[in-house]
Design a protein around this ligand. Structure first.
Ligand SMILES: C[S@@+](CC[C@H](N)C(=O)[O-])C[C@H]1O[C@@H](n2cnc3c(N)ncnc32)[C@H](O)[C@@H]1O
Length: 328
């Protein structure tokens, strides 16, 4: 039969069949191999889907069906900061470190020269050559109420070893206090806290203070004035902002018997300086300041002083244009 069947095929067709049968067999074999490989490696838990048919429930790799979510928590009330801060306390120091134990007054100057100026007095090698010709030597330093009776009154009463002046400008009140303590035979250090920048617009009234590249030479003129009046051993500048300096003095244990506040005259500046200054006042000391009566009336310094006295249950005494608080 086999022979018959072969015989029935036309001899001309034989080579063509052989030619096409081989590639077809390879192709079928290839497809079978691919299909077997696919079936054996297909993960049993996935469903082959088009992206549009993907849903939360179609794959365990995604989120579980909504029915298995825990119920949403009940809406909580919005927390209020007021619950942790009692605004009526008006205590600005709750977030700061406490002051260190006081260092002895005799060590205050050395401590500050070491820590602020790397051990070198700011008067050494003064003036620098570029400023020398620009500085004035004056017989009376200009200030505001800087020679008022209040200075002698408080110095006689307290006989201070350390004075902190917050707001010094050209040094009029500092030099006046140096004269007074010297006349009384006191050994007093007067620490002058001032950034020596003045304030925006102050040159309208003080155009004689030299300026270089927009930088007013107030600090150099202050040093020159202290040198002119021969008080370098008693007067030490601290040429930084009042806020950072008063906090630092507190942290370094530098306290004072007398504190004069005469820097920024807006309410917030005066309020901050009075509060920070009071923190480093020694028991039995006095804090006082200028410009209790100004055009700002009850919106500037006076508002800050009155509020401070009220909050701390202290009494204010007026001495000329100055306010004075004798805490004990
Ligand atoms: C009114 S003057 C001081 C006058 C001085 N007590 C006198 O009687 O001659 C104010 C001084 O406070 C300084 N000042 C203002 N705000 C300051 C701040 N935040 N820190 C340091 N100094 C400041 C200014 O540079 C200026 O020299």
């Amino acid at each position: 039969m086999k022979t018959d069947h072969n015989r029935r095929l036309s001899p001309s067709l034989k080579p063509n069949i052989v030619k096409t049968a081989k590639p077809a067999a390879y192709f079928i074999l290839l497809m079978l191999t691919y299909a077997l490989g696919y079936i054996s490696h297909r993960p049993s838990h996935t469903t082959l889907t088009t992206p549009s048919s993907l849903s939360l429930s179609s794959s365990p790799l995604l989120l579980p069906p909504p029915s298995s979510f825990p119920p949403p928590p009940p809406p909580s009330p919005i927390p209020t900061i007021r619950s942790s801060i009692d605004a009526s306390e008006l205590n600005p120091f709750r977030v700061t470190t406490r002051c260190a134990d006081p260092v002895p007054p005799e060590t205050v100057r050395r401590t500050l020269v070491d820590r602020l100026f790397n051990g070198t007095s700011p008067y050494e090698n003064f003036p620098p050559p570029h400023a020398a010709a620009k500085l004035h030597r004056t017989s009376r330093v200009k200030g505001w109420g800087s020679y008022g009776a209040v200075f002698e009154n408080v110095i006689r009463r307290v006989r201070p070893k350390t004075i902190v002046e917050v707001g010094t400008f050209l040094g009029a009140s500092a030099i006046h206090m140096a004269e007074l303590t010297w006349q009384l035979g006191l050994e007093t250090q007067i620490l002058c806290v001032d950034d020596f920048r003045g304030w925006a617009g102050f040159r309208d009234r003080f155009s004689k203070i030299p300026i270089e590249n927009g930088d007013v030479l107030l600090y150099y003129q202050f040093l020159q004035n202290v040198i002119t009046f021969n008080h370098t051993e008693m007067v030490l500048p601290i040429p930084f902002s009042s806020g950072s300096t008063l906090m630092l003095l507190c942290e370094w244990g530098v306290t004072a018997d007398l504190i004069e506040i005469d820097a920024g005259h807006d309410f917030l500046s005066a309020w901050a300086d009075i509060n920070r200054g009071f923190r480093i006042l020694r028991p039995g000391g006095v804090i006082f300041g200028h410009d209790y009566f100004t055009a700002a009336d009850n919106r500037g310094v006076r508002r800050a002083v009155d509020l401070f006295a009220k909050v701390n249950n202290l009494k204010i005494t007026v001495d000329g244009q100055h306010w004075v608080i004798y805490p004990s």
